[in-house]
Structure formats: C-alpha cells, structure tokens
Design a protein around this ligand. Sequence first.
Ligand code: NAP
Length: 304
Amino acid sequence: MYDIIIVGAGTAGMSAAIYGQRAGKKTLILEKANYGGQIINTPEIENYPGISKISGYEFATGLYNQAKDLGTEIVFESVESIQTDGEVKKVLTPEHTYEAKTVILATGAKNRRLNLPREQELVGAGISYCATCDGMFFRGKDVAVNGGGNTALEDALFLSNYCNKVYVIHRRDAFRGENKLLDSLKKRENVEFVLNSVVTSLNGEDMLESVTVKDKISGEEHQIPVSGLFVAIGQEPESLVFADIVDRDEKGYIRAGENCHTNVEGIYTAGDCRTKNVRQLTTAASDGAVAALAACEYLDSREG
Ligand code: NAP
C-alpha cells in the first residue's frame, strides 16, 4: 500500500514525488513512456527562476535523479484505470494492480494533431511533432513549422541553424509566443513567414514533398515545397483514461482549483492536464508541490 501514487513522470509528477518523499510518504510514480514529459524535448530553458539556461534533458534528468535519490519508486507501466473502493485507490496497469491512499494525476498533455488526411501515415516520413528529436534528419533541406506559440518559434529557431530554409506558417499575423524569440527569428535570413495561412493538405508519395497552404484573407491556395513539416499547434490533455473517474472540462482538462483537488476525495491533479490559465514549467513544478502537500495533509488528517 502506497501513501501516494503519482501517474506521470513529467515535471509536475516528479516535483510531487520530491515533496511526498520529503514528507515521509511512501510514493510511487507510474509512467507509460519516458521520464521528463514534454520539457525533455526543449533544447533550452531560459525562464525557470534561478536557472539562467539549461537543456530540457538536463532539467528533467535532474528532477528524475532527485526524486529517485529521495526514495521514490518509478515504474514504467501504463495506467489503464483507477478504481476508488472506499478509501483505497486501486491503480491498474496491464501488468499489475497497485494500491494507494491518495493518487495524483499528472499525465500532462500531448501534441495536437492537424487532423489532415495522410498526417498519421507521413509521421516519420516528413511529419514531425518534435524539432529537437527529428530536426537533424532535415539538415540542408527546406522545412516548415506550423504554429504561432513558443514551441513553434523555438522550433523554427532551432531548425534555422542547419536547414536550408524554414517557413513559419501561422494562422494569424500576431504571434502568441514571446517577442524575444520572434525578434531572434526575424533576424534569420533563411526564415520566411507565411501568415494568416493554414495548411490544407500534405502532398507526396512515400515521403512529404510539399504542403498546400490557404491564405485566409484572399482564399487562395498555393504549394510550398518542403521535405519536413513540424507541427507545433499546441497541446491536448492526456486525460481520457480518467474520464469516468474525475470531472473534466469541455476540452478534457481535469477540473481542480489552485489546491489541485479533483471532485474525488483523495485524488489530486497537477500540471498541464489540470484546468488552469498558465501552463509553464514553473506552474507544473508548483502544482506538483501543491498537490503533494495537499495529499500529505489529507493522509495526516486520516492518521490522526
Ligand atoms: P500554444 O501556446 O497553445 O500555441 C499554439 C499555437 O498553435 C497558437 O499560435 C495557435 O494559434 C496555433 N494553433 C492551434 N490550433 C491550431 C490549428 N488547428 N491549426 C493551426 N494553428 C493552430 O502552444 P505551444 O507553443 O506548444 O506552447 C504551450 C505552452 O508551453 C505555452 O504556455 C508556452 O508558453 C509554453 N512553452 C514555453 C516554452 C519556454 O518557456 N521555453 C517553450 C515552449 C512552450 P493562435 O495563436 O491563433 O491561437
């Protein structure tokens, strides 16, 4: 029987584990893929308070080691459901059933798809959702990045270092991402902005050869020859598996206030899968601390 089971080994989940272990609670993290969550693919983090510059990999690995060194058990299994029989929560993976007094859902978010025909088929053949992971395959080639947030701007900057040409396709003419990144991008001679435009089709036989974009103002369509399209149009919460367990909002984010408590006693949520306005590394870490401390308070109150 664990005091706390955390689902997800991203920044929120690993921060929660650090707080849980330091409070003397027996803590297990269940993670379906790799530790680190989304931040592990970020080339450089420059906005985490107290750390001027660090790679996403280094940051995530530091968190992982910190949580492990404090005694957190980390098991790589995919949670398929949670049963809440009275005070005991049963967390089921294909391999095992784990039991805990409290659960923290910290499953984060996944990359949003364009939902265009052939998108899935061309993943690994020109379509990518991770510039840091796949960018090197496009050295010297022409590529496009779709999106207008920080991820798209960072991806475009990263790719412009070694691709021949980088088109930034965005559906508006104003960017959601930080001005500092945008200003750096505007200085790159091999970057071209394709604004007020949406990608309408992905073209090519076995590999991506071009994308068709539609100008939202003129209504005209034209093709841009590229061998890579990096899709960076935001995220969706990874919360479907909990749909029957906790309340979610219309976009699928798990409903909880600043105390991270869901509508189910003893179940908390932290990080990008939670309803909130700001989703940053700092808020993920902060959620992890808040959720773990709330779980500890609940556990202590039960133990009298
Ligand atoms: P985001 O901020 O949600 O931006 C998504 C972008 O994709 C927006 O520009 C949006 O357009 C566009 N978009 C959404 N759906 C679309 C669709 N179906 N077709 C075409 N375009 C679409 O996502 P993000 O850039 O991945 O960033 C997520 C969060 O992580 C943000 O809070 C961001 O600040 C943070 N982040 C931080 C860092 C960092 O601090 N180093 C790095 C990366 C990400 P509109 O603008 O028109 O809505």
